[in-house]
Design a protein around this ligand. Structure first.
Ligand SMILES: *Cc1c(COP(=O)(O)O)cnc(C)c1O
Length: 396
């Protein structure tokens, strides 16, 4: 590297590694790469004769078929019961932060309970505060950091809550609920709202057991590209019911004939891409096989961290909460020089996306994100790099 003259691209969050394209692995927290086979299918779809789904009317029979097909595949992958509707909503995860209270809290005095244990649940809660009476269950560790999930106690959840909200994978903090919690016995009537933006379609979901009311996931982590959100809603909560008067019509779950007849122009191509990913999942063993791959990928990285005698460290001490999707780790206690060396050397090998510049304050940890687009082999390649990096850099 030229002496101090220019900041190395690896340290700016640049994803264009100088390594050959076929060696590059995208460990970004999202948007990120889809499985290679899906990316190939997307590319090929542009060379077919006729129109792609970018250029066909969403009212045409061709698109209706794509829509139907994508919904059917989602239902199959996630085993979604008929009592739920699959919608494709606009505005990403953020729009759902508002849509949830706007649809479930008709009056501003209606109560909603939020479990806040990380960046995204906090953002969801903050948005809801504009529209309803929010009760918060906050979970931080003894250092005031988000590394834990609270024990859900009956007395902490108001019995009249319209819903209980949680984020099943805190993308920034690296905390995942590998299974959704059940609410305490006397609160089981309250529907659970799940922000699954960064872990949807990586593990089975117990829809009825967890009493899910709404389950949403922006596409750009595990299932597709930015521009569409998969929002799965329980019909009885919305069908024929009015949302808050403030609710924009595009954010309403009311079920006025959707999804068969989308209200306005949906993100046609992005929906088709979700369908391609779902079929890829089905061809590759379905959700159970996907979960096994996720477990193996995360284990490969965590094993290196655990065996490193402190060379690497992760903030998430509770192994049951460690995210399989996003593994936060620091290098030599966050030593700046060593961290930069790690970033530069890994970047030159083609591994990118560990250090994104987020609006959430200074970075304390690097993060390896292991979504459906990353293979088990690729996770192992990173694990091997991390092990070799220790050998070359630890003081004897
Ligand atoms: C990425 C992410 C979001 C934000 O989604 P946008 O589509 O950018 O609005 C919300 N929740 C979680 C858990 C995420 O990881």
């Amino acid at each position: 590297m030229a002496q101090n003259s220019k900041i190395h691209p690896a340290l700016t969050g640049c994803l264009n590694s100088t390594a050959p394209v076929e060696k590059r692995i995208n460990f970004s927290p999202g948007p990120t790469s889809l499985p290679k086979e899906v990316e190939k299918e997307i590319a090929e779809s542009f060379h077919k004769l006729g129109f792609t789904s970018l250029a066909i009317s969403h009212r045409s029979p061709q698109f209706e078929e794509i829509l139907e097909d994508t919904i059917t595949s989602i239902r199959e992958v996630l085993n979604v019961p008929d009592t739920y509707e699959v919608l494709f909503t606009h505005g990403g995860g953020h729009a759902q932060f508002a849509a949830v209270p706007l649809n479930l809290c008709v009056n501003p005095s209606d109560i909603a309970t939020y479990i806040v244990n990380g960046t995204w649940s906090q953002k969801g809660r903050d948005e809801a505060m504009k529209y309803c009476d929010v009760h918060t269950i906050e979970a931080k560790d003894e250092n005031g950091k988000f590394t834990v999930f609270p024990k859900l106690k009956e007395e902490d959840i108001h019995p009249e809550s319209k819903y209980v909200y949680l984020c099943s994978n805190e993308t920034v903090n690296g905390i995942e609920l590998h299974r959704l919690p059940k609410l305490p016995e006397n609160r089981k009537h309250i529907p659970l709202i799940v922000d699954a933006s960064s872990d949807a379609c990586t593990k089975p979901i117990d829809w009825e057991g967890a009493n899910i009311g709404v389950y949403f996931a922006c596409a750009s982590k595990n299932i597709g590209h930015p521009g569409v959100t998969m929002t799965i809603v329980r019909k009885d909560l919305f069908r024929g019911k009015e949302p808050s008067k403030l609710c924009p019509v595009v954010m309403s779950y009311k079920g006025d004939g959707r999804p068969e007849k989308p209200l306005n122009t949906p993100a046609t191509f992005n929906i088709e891409v979700i369908g391609m990913t779902m079929k890829w999942l089905l061809r590759n063993g379905g959700i159970d096989a996907c979960e096994k791959r996720s477990i193996n990928k995360a284990r490969a990285i965590y094993d290196v961290i655990e065996a490193s005698n402190g060379f690497y460290a992760t903030p998430i001490k509770d192994k049951n909460l460690r995210s399989r999707m996003n593994v936060p780790f620091n290098v030599m206690g966050g030593d700046e020089q060593m961290t930069n060396k790690f970033l530069i050397e890994s970047w030159e090998k083609g591994f990118v996306g560990f250090a994104t510049l987020t609006p959430f304050g200074t970075r304390e940890y690097l993060r390896a994100s292991l979504y459906n687009g990353v293979t088990e082999e690729e996770a192992q390649i990173l694990a091997n790099f991390m092990t070799n990096f220790i050998k070359q850099n630890s003081k004897k």
